[in-house]
Ligand binder design. Structure first.
Ligand SMILES: Cc1ncc(COP(=O)(O)O)c(C=O)c1O
Length: 507
């Protein structure tokens, strides 16, 4: 294989393979090694592994690692996804053997240390959110929402409210909210936002009634705006017999400053991956801890870590609870990172996270608010919290440049693209979140590139339309890429087919 070609071409490790090559020396006694495995489970044919040298393996994986972009390489201001820099010390702790070598079937008395960490984390999260108790086993934000919706359902069943089958959700909500409510069996009642981008109180009052099970809300909402009427909203829902669910996927803007429990919410889920030091995305395991207040704590999923005179233990007992959402205890390394993050920052540090991320958002708004290419829909003068949604509609109207085009041009300039076309209530939406960890220079550079897009568009819009030029792949058909039949045959399967690897079509 000509190495210069191999460096930048997408190649499978199988393509370096040639018969007899090896990276390690397997001694004869290992080759002969027999095992106690029963014949029925022993492999009948040889395992098809690539035959490669050590240097080829090292180069292959180093090349792959350099082909991906992440927050350790550059800014990822991806709104609603909170891609902040995660301190490496937390990763070190979570990947220590004391955590990774634990087995979920070990007796409780052997794992008192990790149980103590989980117990303390439950307490700290309850304090941070203003709730009474938490359950950590839930693996992601959306499953936290499902847990919350199921808790509300069970509560109404237990208290004679079987007819309460409606979940109210504002039109600015994250898509997972209506999906989770539907999965729990609720009818979704969507209410419009008012001109300020917050919950329209009249619309809310017009839909509450004796079929109301509850409301799912996030505050600050997906526009980054704080719902100032939250106490009144809570009062309206509670007076109608409903419960309030807080989508706490994005706590970055309120840490140490405001608490869902004090706003009147009954249940909250927290994305530990995002706010508390585990990266979001890439399909990695997450943590969607769910916390509840008062009578709703009885409905929390199990297990919950508790403490008695003998020490810490996992409580699986459940009279009203909704059962379990995950096998064993959830994603424990994520809990360890969250614990380390909270302990290392302390109360004051967490408060600074909220202040700095909010300051970063509002500084960015100041830099672009006078630009003719972008608008800030919904009350442009109201301060934003952890994120802001701007619109590229002026650029589209004047020069035909869309939010998608802006995102591609940013890629060419070393920035990860913002979240685009979400929330749905903003046309040509660019949802931008710098978090507390982004540098001032990068925020200024990002704003400068947005201005540059407008300048270039005035002269020659096709220069923007033709981006990205500097990336490994240029424009892909985004909608096509989402179709399962197109995802599978790309890359892995086609290459294996070419190489004649058996069973490629089942991959
Ligand atoms: C507001 C909001 N709610 C819910 C979720 C869902 O979280 P997850 O991706 O962990 O399921 C997200 C995603 O980050 C979100 O931003």
């Amino acid at each position: 294989m000509e190495w210069r070609q191999a460096v930048w071409r997408e190649q499978l490790i199988y393509e370096y393979s040639s018969k007899g090559k090896t990276g390690i020396l397997i001694t004869d006694d290992l080759k002969e090694m027999d095992t106690d495995l029963p014949e029925t489970v022993k492999r009948k044919s040889k395992l098809e592994l690539p035959e490669v040298s050590e240097v080829e393996v090292a180069r292959h994986y180093t090349r792959l690692s350099q082909m991906s972009y992440g927050v350790d390489l550059g800014p990822v201001p991806l709104g609603s996804c909170t891609m902040k820099y995660n301190p490496k010390i937390n990763e070190d702790l979570a990947s220590s053997e004391r955590v990774t070598m634990l087995h979920p079937l070990q007796p409780m008395e052997d794992v008192q240390g990790i149980l103590e960490i989980m117990y303390d984390l439950q307490q700290m999260l309850a304090y941070i959110t203003g709730m009474d108790a938490c359950s950590l086993s839930i693996p992601a934000g959306a499953s936290g929402e499902l847990a919350g919706a199921l808790m509300i359902k069970k509560y109404h069943r237990e208290t004679g409210g079987e007819n309460r089958d409606e979940m109210i959700i504002p039109d600015s909500a994250h898509g997972t909210n209506p999906a989770s409510a539907r999965m729990a069996g609720f009818k979704v009642i969507t209410i419009p936002s008012n001109n300020n981008g917050t919950v329209d109180l009249d619309a809310l009052k017009s839909v509450v009634g004796d079929r109301t099970a509850g409301i799912m809300l996030t505050n600050p909402n997906t526009l980054g705006l704080f719902e100032r009427d939250i106490l009144e909203i809570a009062n309206i829902i509670h007076s109608a017999g409903g419960k309030l669910y807080y989508d706490g996927a994005n706590l970055n803007g309120i840490l140490g400053i405001a608490r869902p429990g004090d706003m009147g919410f009954d249940i909250v889920h927290i994305n530990l991956h995002k706010t508390f030091s585990t990266p979001h995305g890439g399909g990695g395991p997450g943590g969607g801890a769910v916390c509840a207040k008062g009578e709703m704590t009885d409905y929390l999923p199990r297990p919950i870590v508790r403490k008695d005179e003998k020490g810490y233990y996992m409580d699986f007992t459940c009279s009203k609870c909704i059962g379990r959402l995950h096998s064993f205890y959830g994603n424990i390394p994520v809990d360890v990172k969250a614990y380390a993050y909270i302990k290392s920052l302390g109360g004051e540090g967490l408060r600074k996270v909220a202040i700095t991320s909010t300051l970063n958002t509002n500084y960015f708004i100041k830099l672009i608010e006078k630009s003719g290419g972008y608008s800030i829909p919904y009350d442009p003068r109201a301060p934003r919290k952890h994120e802001v949604v701007i619109s590229a509609e002026p650029l589209k109207e004047k020069y035909g440049i869309t939010a998608d085009d802006v995102a591609k041009y940013l890629l060419d300039n070393g920035f990860y693209a913002p979240t685009i076309y979400f929330p749905l209530i903003v046309k040509e939406a660019l949802m931008i979140e710098f978090t507390e960890s982004e540098t001032l220079e990068n925020i200024e550079e990002y704003a400068r590139i947005l201005e540059e897009i407008e300048e270039i568009a005035k002269e020659n819009p096709s220069l923007i339309k033709e981006s990205p030029r500097n990336t490994a792949v240029r424009r892909i058909k985004a909608a096509e890429a989402n179709k399962p039949k197109n995802i599978i045959p790309t890359y892995r399967v086609l290459r294996r087919k070419k190489l004649g690897v058996k069973g490629y079509e089942k991959l």
